[in-house]
Design a protein around this ligand. Sequence first.
Ligand code: DOR
Ligand code: ZN
Length: 332
Amino acid sequence: MLKQLTLPLPDDFHIHLRQGSDLANYAKRAAEQFGRVLAMPNTEPPINSAETVKKYKEEILAAAPNLDVLLTFKLNKNYTEQELLAMQKNGVAAAKYYPFGVTTNSQDGVSKIEDIYPTISLLEKLDLVLSLHGEELDAYCLDREREFLKHLEKLCREFPKLRIVLEHVSTLEAVERIFDLPQNIVATITAHHLILTIDDVIGASLKPQNFCKPLPNSPQDRDAVRRAAFSGNRKFFFGTDSAPHPLEKKECLGGAAGIYSAPVAIPILIEEFEKENKLDLLPNFIAGFGADFYKVPRQTKTVAYIKEEWQVPKTIDGAVPLRAGEILKWQK
Ligand code: DOR
Ligand code: ZN
């Protein structure tokens, strides 16, 4: 039986590190698991200028000096080419699109995606990535990603050279569409969408720690996400969407969407890939295809994991992590 596993130091191409006094804890915790992260911009206030990008990177590095940090900015207005170039110079790899009101800190999101086509056209020109939170606000909550796919298809037609990531893919229809669309259209997959369905959020009792956007969906949707992850297709790579909220912001009226998965995501992935007999595909999923897509060098360092059971703490950094209190099989 496999007892040890050496993997390339993982990348996380979608993480929320927050701001203020929480940032240092979350950044340090991320650096325990990952060599490189792509940090999301839906902080308060948002990351949306060369100055805020620069400052955010400095704050992350002050807490986690060895972390390789790539940044995003929020597409909450149109930008000039000069603004985009200045952000690109400061380490921005992607522009993040949030539809208005669909998830945490998206009150300044975009109501109509066509309104920001001028900026999207510049992204294509400058070879910046468009990172999509792909949900249609007006749709039924479990169909929001499916209903968004028409916008994705239109983006592909209008901007054929643009590199696009459909983040945290969660439905059968979206997975199939990504397989079919050209090579420059890819998707990230989270650890939680590989293992959860809506039953894990509201099935037996309300589990706020598993509440996130897009929602964990049906078993058929989860299984499609699993097939994509275990396909070995370079269009699917790992991004945790680790999104910590303090316990009191999750367990209250109007609880926040977001799953804190950074501390447990890699052990969970090892377990799931092992279960499917696909461990040979894990290195590319966590440290290959994403780097290639973002045109950054692949990781050369490695990490050794051992098969030794451990119990996930009930809280980490004041937040309830994914699989809190449960036993995981693998650890560093
Ligand atoms: O569940 C989520 N939480 N989904 C998102 O898109 C945002 C994230 C957050 O920032 O908390
Ligand atoms: Zn996210």
